[in-house]
Structure formats: C-alpha cells, structure tokens
Ligand binder design. Structure first.
Ligand code: ADP
Ligand code: AMP
Length: 214
C-alpha cells in the first residue's frame, strides 16, 4: 500500500501514521522528522532547512523533492510507504507523480484528515514528543502516564521549538495557501479519502482502517 497523509499542522497525521505503519507494516516517511534528524546531526541539509522551519515556512521544494526521491529508491519501500507531511505544494505533488511513474507505481490512497481550524493551535502547542522513540503525546488530549516520560520507552518528552503559538499560526496560514489546494488535486485523481479528525484518536484510526479496506 502506498499512502499519503494530508491535513493541516496538528490534524493528527503523525499520530495516525504511527497506527497505520504498525498495522500495515509500512515504512513511515515524515519529511519533518527527516529534517529534524538532520538538524540534530548538524548536516548541511539540516542547517539550510532550520531557518525555514523556525519561522513556520516551507523548506524550498528543491531541497524536499530530492530528499523524498532518494528515500523512495530505498529497498524497504518495495512493500509500500506512508508519506507524512509530503507533498505540501503542487510542484511537490507533481514531482511525486513523476517519481512514481518512473518506478512503474501509483498511489493507493490519499488520506485527508479534516479538523476544525479552531482546534489546531491548542493541539500543536500541547504536543509533546519522545526524544528516543518519537511517540507523540498531548498534555491534555493524550497525556503520558507519568509527566514528561514516554509510556513506551521511558524516554524524555520534549516540545518542538516550532510548536509555539506564533509559529503554529504561520504554519496553518502556509497550509491554507500552499497545501490545501492538494485536496482538489487528489480528489480529481479519485484517490482521496476524507476522515473526520475531530473524533477521539482511536475512532479516527478506526475510520482510516475502514477506508483502507475498501
Ligand atoms: P500532525 O502530525 O498532523 O501535525 P500530530 O499527530 O502530531 O499532528 O497531533 C498533534 C497533537 O494533537 C498531538 O499532541 C496529538 O497527541 C494530538 N492529537 C492527535 N490526534 C488527536 C485527536 N483525534 N484528538 C485530540 N488530540 C489529538
Ligand atoms: P512537520 O513535522 O510535518 O510538522 O513539518 C515541520 C516543518 O518542516 C514544516 O513547518 C516545514 O518547515 C518543514 N517541512 C516538512 N515537510 C515539508 C515539505 N514537504 N515541504 C516543505 N517543508 C516541509
């Protein structure tokens, strides 16, 4: 299965991606995670991406597309993949189409998680992530059992530096201008499934499972 998760920042893409890759045994390709790992390692790519990420802006297409192209050539994607946070612009979507075409492959589904914009800032600002295993929590909506400690691996939970109110608001505006047009792009291809992301995390996943079983 070859999947894309679409939705604004805070919609629940990363949370559902974790459930999806576990059930369907797919590699989870999150461009945001790849950039954060590069920033941590101090690579040239990380240094170039950081300035954009800190402001809540998109990293230029030229940097992102090559990265995903390379990632999709790796052997583990033969069974499929779960793209999270890519594509985010029309040129990225078109580039992905041609990469897949060259590989003789097509997308299975584009899962669009729809939420009321009013909840996004609270969701993103309250997000906490495990430094060791990357599990996602929320201080109010999905808290860890022990404050600041991951339930799965006992790693330390941290807040992303771009999960502050100002940057999140900018990321939502960027989503509206640059990424939301992809909903129509994928609707036309007949691959789009729409999921109500305002429900509880388990119910959102149950709806995704149902949509993928069709
Ligand atoms: P995205 O990857 O789309 O930016 P995340 O999956 O990281 O979003 O979720 C953003 C925040 O909202 C996290 O703190 C997560 O725990 C929380 N969250 C995700 N899904 C739900 C939901 N259905 N209801 C309430 N909170 C949610
Ligand atoms: P995310 O982890 O998906 O919330 O992404 C965090 C940040 O990484 C975004 O605000 C962008 O600055 C950058 N980013 C991640 N994916 C992309 C992409 N496909 N295109 C451009 N920028 C991206």
């Amino acid at each position: 299965m070859r999947l894309i998760l679409l939705g604004p920042p805070g919609a629940g893409k990363g949370t559902q991606a974790a459930n999806i890759v576990k059930k369907y045994q797919l590699p989870h390709i999150s461009t945001g995670d790849i950039f954060r790992a590069n920033i941590k390692q101090g690579t040239d790519l990380g240094n170039r991406a950081k300035a954009f990420m800190d402001k809540g802006e998109l990293v230029p297409d030229s940097l992102v597309v090559e990265l995903v192209e390379d990632r999709l050539q790796q052997d583990d994607t033969k069974v499929g993949f779960m793209l999270d946070g890519f594509p985010r612009t029309l040129p990225q979507a078109e580039a992905l189409d041609s990469v897949l075409e060259n590989m003789g492959s097509t997308l299975s589904y584009v899962v669009n998680i729809v939420v009321d914009p009013a909840v996004l800032v609270e969701r993103a600002v309250g997000r906490r992530i495990c430094r060791d295993c990357g599990a996602t929590y929320h201080v109010k909506f999905n808290p860890s059992k022990e404050d600041g400690v991951c339930d799965l691996c006992s790693g330390e939970l941290y807040q992303r530096s771009d999960d502050n109110e100002e940057t999140v608001s900018n990321r939502i505006a960027v989503y509206t201008n640059e990424t939301a047009p992809l909903v129509d792009y994928y609707k036309k291809s007949g691959k789009l499934v729409t999921i109500d992301g305002l429900q509880d995390i388990d119910k959102v996943f149950a709806d995704i499972e149902k949509a993928l079983e069709v």
